[in-house]
Ligand binder design. Structure first.
Ligand SMILES: Nc1nc2c(c(=O)[nH]1)N[C@H]1C(S)=C(S)[C@@H](COP(=O)(O)OP(=O)(O)OC[C@H]3O[C@@H](n4cnc5c(=O)[nH]c(N)nc54)[C@H](O)[C@@H]3O)O[C@H]1N2
Ligand SMILES: Nc1nc2c(c(=O)[nH]1)N[C@H]1C(S)=C(S)[C@@H](COP(=O)(O)OP(=O)(O)OC[C@H]3O[C@@H](n4cnc5c(=O)[nH]c(N)nc54)[C@H](O)[C@@H]3O)O[C@H]1N2
Ligand code: SF4
Ligand code: FES
Ligand SMILES: [Mo]
Length: 904
């Protein structure tokens, strides 16, 4: 009980004294006293409506609904008296009586059935006649209208927590029933399958089909395996229910540090891939050109022999590895340790290269550290959100939902995105910059901040540097000129700057629309100028800095662990003798002092015959790296390509050895989410066939080379990592098992990690935040007469990156193929009709997609995702990359299009 925190309410419930924080209700009080009340229209995640009357209690002599009655000090509450118990019993029995018999059948797991059992309501009380029918059109959500009691929890969950507003109550009186707002079948509704309605429904009217039916997060259950979602960087805490070594349901944890009882279609339902017949179950080695199943010993032997040969012929730097932002911290730690200490090269990189490498570089230059500056918890107190080049409603749905709620609650919302993304519909201002013009836009905003006196002179004087240089540069970026470059009207630039500039606690949130550009690092740095100018960073209480919505489940962690060619665990530079010495002392082996190759350099070296062995651990480079035809050529030129995979994807098909590995639901370790929280990952089921964890595979290869990597378990690996990296020294599995989530920096086991960074000083060499005066430079690709359209690529809600996991499960029913979004004017101009195939050509390749004509994009711009490798979207994208970090310019490609012929 939170004694001493804020004002406390003290009252008597059934003779027991309870103390509660301010704002508590009598339902909270009853629970605190150990009383079990039914509460069929209530869910802790929702505002109470008090409509079902099943939670009645006596309070100071009056009969009241406990869920909507505030607890007040001195009250006397009776929940056990026979009269009030009978009132509750009658209310529940009345509700149950309208339902069909099976609603209360033996063992039914619903909240209603449980309430009936507690109140001794006989199962035959349920005596309604079924007949309203089912909706079974959706793979993850099944509606049984006969079980609906019209409590409205699902509708409120969808609106108030998820923000999708897909559901409504229709009909009158006793015939009231939930229905998709669009009127038709569930599968064609706006539902994005977050599972909120399924999780709150008290009767099972809305339930997951199959063995997970009726399971909800309401009661904590020690048999459930607590883990962290392995899809996106939000890092939702999930509870996995397992029967007979199969996952039957994945439930959102109500006490999840980030998600608090919410999740999205991926974490909640997309585990069908686990048991897909196409999962790799045994190692494959290429024999006479054909990938052939072999035993593990043989496969590991081939890998070890190939690595030895590569080193013999080209030295250690002829070997490289791409580590996985999907894998655990411990696996990434081991991979980089293997490359550095067993092979003797710094040639190790991870998918962050394709994603938020510009964030790491830019935020380090501006503030000193490679992560976001503040904590996601601050969304509750921020009063203005500037969301730039991010589509969290689809890509980070739990974050998107919270941002949407805050906007609906009155926080100001500015969205800067060329497309009409989900959040833009609810924004106070939607700025639509031409793709590739961010730096000009950010300077335009900064110009107005400075020009109109909204900067913070004290903060700039005491805690920042670079103001003079920036001010000089900003003279060239008045809103009128910026409007010319970006296409955003000057009045909107001014208004956005004022909203951000006058807010009391503004927060900047951004995504790949900032980083995946020729000048992505400049984009990050010039965006970071805004909170610096405002003094809204560094724990000043005047705002919440800047947070990148990092993408993959563990892309932050893969980099934190040093799976990078220039950085060791905890971001010590390989060129820094002190950092090397720290690692060498722990590893007992020398660390090479020169930075290794980045991913694109690895491919170039392979094409030129300098790279002789490439180990790719969980990245489908042939599908997801840009200019994919040249990536495939690189793999084909490399004498040994080893791939650790779940599926035989595009990349695995080019490999010499394919090793089947465990996925996030099948192994132990930790991930780091987008706001730097370490969280535990735990195996819920065994991997299929003889598949092993990447952790075990790296150990096995090292052993075959006669080396011992130490740290036999993931727990040992994290502890050892802490010894090499002072900022991670306070972390351990034991601590995370106790505390749930711990953010880094975390130098000490007995002090909390730092959720808010830089409260004393910035981590730059001079302790100050550095403003950036980089000028706007145009993108690498521009439309011309041959390629008149600008293609932006990004994400869709139902699929994940290469799609390897989401396509091998029922998400394929939700989104069966890739689509090219285009404006009606462009559709008319190029003779393309909605729903028909189009061929898209760039200077690099060709893709085939289905056209979707709509108003999400401005004329001259088209958009598609890259979740269906067969469609070859990444043959279109170019090798242009961020000048600082080599992050590909995925967001700007010049293309042309035409209708596809029947055979094309
Ligand atoms: N469902 C789903 N969720 C995912 C993923 C997935 O594949 N599917 N992938 C995960 C990964 S790895 C990542 S990195 C994240 C990515 O998450 P996001 O960064 O949110 O994703 P994107 O859709 O790639 O790009 C974001 C937005 O940038 C905009 N944009 C493009 N160019 C510009 C520009 O020049 N300026 C501005 N201001 N905006 C621009 C695009 O229109 C797009 O809406 O999502 C993660 N979550
Ligand atoms: N056109 C375009 N292309 C893009 C982007 C874009 O916006 N536009 N975004 C880029 C971004 S941000 C990213 S992050 C990349 C993502 O690109 P990838 O990293 O290639 O994509 P994923 O599908 O996330 O995962 C890669 C592979 O890892 C496997 N895998 C999953 N879990 C594990 C595991 O635990 N161990 C191992 N060994 N393998 C595992 C999956 O089966 C999958 O094949 O795509 C990039 N490509
Ligand atoms: S929001 Fe991200 S972390 Fe949460 S369930 Fe969805 S994919 Fe998983
Ligand atoms: S739970 Fe209190 S009235 Fe429904
Ligand atoms: Mo990413």
């Amino acid at each position: 009980r939170p004694r001493g925190v804020g004002p406390v309410t003290c009252l008597q419930v059934d003779g027991v004294t309870v103390e509660l924080p301010a704002g508590a209700t009598l339902l909270d009080a009853a629970r605190a006293a150990g009383a079990e009340l039914p509460s069929l229209c209530h869910d802790d995640r929702l505002r109470s409506v008090g409509s079902c009357r099943t939670c009645l209690v006596h309070a100071d002599g009056r009969t009241v609904a406990a869920c909507v009655t505030p607890a007040a000090s001195g009250m006397t509450v009776d929940t056990v008296g026979e009269e009030v118990r009978n009132l509750r019993r009658d209310a529940v029995a009345l509700i149950a009586s309208a339902l069909p018999r099976y609603a209360l059948a033996d063992g039914t797991p619903s909240e209603l059935a449980e309430a009936c059992r507690t109140l001794d309501i006989a199962p035959d009380t349920a005596a309604g006649t079924p007949g309203r029918g089912h909706d079974e059109t959706h793979p993850y959500v099944r509606l049984d209208r006969d079980l609906c009691i019209a409590c409205g929890r699902c509708v409120r969950m969808c609106a108030d927590v998820q923000g999708t507003f897909a559901l409504t109550l229709t009909g009158r009186g006793a015939d009231t029933v939930v229905a998709p707002g669009t009127g038709g079948p569930w599968a064609e509704s706006d539902c994005v399958a977050c599972g909120g309605c399924v999780d709150t429904c008290p009767t099972g009217a809305i339930a997951q089909p199959g063995p997970g039916r009726g399971l909800t997060s309401r009661r904590p259950d020690p048999d459930r395996v607590r883990t962290t979602c392995g899809y996106c960087g939000v890092g939702c805490t999930l509870d996995v229910v397992v029967r007979d070594d199969r996952v039957t349901a994945v439930l959102p944890a109500r006490d999840g540090a980030v998600n608090r009882g919410h999740a999205c279609v991926k974490g909640r339902f997309s585990y069908g891939y686990l048991t897909s017949a196409e999962r790799l179950t045994e190692p494959l080695v290429r024999r006479d050109g054909v990938l052939t199943p072999v035993g593990w010993d043989e496969a590991i032997g081939v890998v070890a022999e190939g690595l030895r040969a590569a080193v013999a012929q080209g030295g250690p730097d002829a070997v490289a590895a791409i580590s996985s932002a999907r894998a655990t911290n411990e696996e990434n730690y081991l991979v980089q340790k293997f490359l550095r200490t067993v092979i003797g090269t710094n040639n190790v990189d991870n998918c962050s290269r394709l994603c938020h490498a510009p964030s790491a570089a830019g935020l380090t230059a501006s503030f000193g550290r490679a992560g976001g500056t503040d904590s996601f918890d601050d969304v509750e107190t921020a009063d203005c959100f500037l969301v730039v080049g991010a589509n969290p409603v689809e890509a980070h749905p739990v974050v998107g939902a919270r941002l949407l709620q805050r906007a609906l609650d009155g926080a100001a919302l500015i969205v800067a995105d060329p497309r009409g993304v989900g959040l833009a519909r609810h924004a106070d201002l939607h700025l639509r910059p031409r793709p590739g013009t961010n730096v000009a836009l950010f300077h335009g905003l900064a110009h107005v901040l400075v020009d109109e006196g909204m900067a913070d002179p004290g903060f700039l004087r005491d805690r920042a540097t670079g103001l003079d240089e920036l001010t000089t540069l900003l003279a060239d970026y008045p809103p009128a000129r910026v409007a010319g470059i970006t296409g955003v009207p000057a009045t909107d630039i001014r208004e956005a700057a004022r909203l951000y500039g006058r807010a009391e606690r503004p927060a900047v949130v951004y995504g790949l629309g900032v980083t995946e550009h020729l000048h992505g690092t400049d984009g990050v740095r010039t965006l970071a100028n805004l909170p610096i100018l405002r003094g809204a960073v560094g724990g000043t209480g005047r705002g919440f800095g800047i947070s990148p919505l990092r993408g993959q489940n563990n892309v932050q962690g893969a980099s934190d662990m040093g799976a990078l060619p220039d950085l060791l665990p905890g971001y010590g530079r390989v060129t820094d003798p002190d950092a090397r010495a720290r690692a060498e002392a722990v590893w007992g082996r020398p660390v090479p002092p020169t930075p290794g190759m980045r991913i694109p350099e690895m491919f170039e070296a392979a094409r030129e015959g300098r790279l002789r062995a490439l180990w790719i651990i969980g990245e489908d480079v042939c599908a997801t790296d840009p200019d994919s035809r040249r990536v495939a050529a690189a793999l084909d030129a490399c004498p040994l390509v080893v791939v650790d995979e779940l599926f035989l994807g595009e990349t695995a098909r080019h490999a010499d050895v394919v090793l089947p590995v465990a996925s996030w639901l099948e192994k132990d370790g930790t991930f780091v989410n987008f706001d730097r929280r370490f969280q535990r990952v735990r195996a819920a089921v065994r991997p299929p066939g003889s598949a092993r964890s990447d952790f075990a595979v790296v150990h096995a290869v090292a052993t075959a080379l006669g080396a011992d990597l130490g740290c036999p378990t993931p727990a040992d690996a994290l502890t050892e990592c802490g010894r090499t990296a002072p900022v991670l020294a306070g972390l351990s599995h034991a601590r995370l098992d106790r505390e749930g989530a711990v953010p880094w920096p975390c130098p000490s086991p007995d002090r909390p990690g730092e959720a808010t960074l830089y409260t004393e000083e910035f981590a730059t060499p001079d302790g100050r935040a550095h403003l950036c005066a980089a000028p706007y430079l145009p993108p690498g690709e521009e439309p011309d007469a041959d390629y008149p359209l600008l293609l932006v690529t990004g994400r869709r809600w139902a699929h994940y990156n290469s799609g390897s996991m989401t396509r091998h499960g029922a998400n394929l029913m939700l989104d069966p193929h890739g689509r090219l979004d285009l404006h009606p004017q462009d559709a008319a101009r190029y003779g393309v009709r909605d729903g028909t195939p189009v061929l898209v050509h760039s200077r690099h390749g060709q893709a085939r997609l289905i056209a979707r004509v709509g108003l999400d994009l401005a004329p001259g711009q088209v958009f598609c995702a890259f979740h269906f490798p067969d469609e070859r979207v990444n043959s279109l994208t170019s090798e242009h990359a961020d000048t600082v970090t080599s992050c590909p310019e995925y967001k700007v490609t010049a293309v042309r299009l035409r209708p596809a012929g029947p055979e094309e």
